[in-house]
Design a protein around this ligand. Structure first.
Ligand code: AMP
Length: 129
């Protein structure tokens, strides 16, 4: 396993009390939640980029994909399994869907709580813009 065992330092560590996605997990901010699992919550993106656009997030605050460590393996597997359930329930498992982690400025990462975009329901191009 090549993952680092120590979580790398991040430039801006968000206090979970200030984190909008932690507050969705806590039920303090409303969201259109479509799936829950032991480690994750999935809810519809406020600004959908396709017919299906759901965010799968870990209940525990993890900053982004660049700060994931080997100890997060169970959470990461749960995120992908939850994404598959979202795709099945939203009817895009057969037509196809895209799973995206944005990291950093060039990738337009805007919310500093790990989230897996599940995007489907239309044909997509590659590479992304
Ligand atoms: P990213 O650019 O990867 O950081 O994506 C963040 C995503 O979170 C964007 O697609 C936003 O539309 C979405 N978003 C931000 N706030 C909320 C919210 N309160 N509920 C649902 N989606 C949100």
């Amino acid at each position: 396993m090549v993952l680092p065992s120590d979580r790398p330092a991040v430039s801006e560590t968000t206090n979970p009390q200030d984190c909008i996605f932690c507050r969705i997990v806590a039920g303090e901010i409303p969201a259109d939640i479509v799936e829950r699992s032991d480690h994750c919550v999935a809810f519809r993106d406020l600004n959908p980029q396709a017919l299906v656009h759901v965010l799968v997030i870990p209940r525990r605050h993890i900053e982004n994909a660049a700060t994931v460590v080997a100890d997060d393996a169970e959470v990461m597997a749960d995120m992908i399994v939850t994404a598959r359930r979202v795709a099945e329930n939203d009817g895009v498992a057969d037509s196809g869907y895209r799973l995206v982690f944005n990291v950093g400025e060039d990738a337009t990462n805007s919310v500093p709580h790990l989230h897996l975009h599940v995007i489907g329901g239309r044909p997509m191009s590659w590479p992304p813009g």
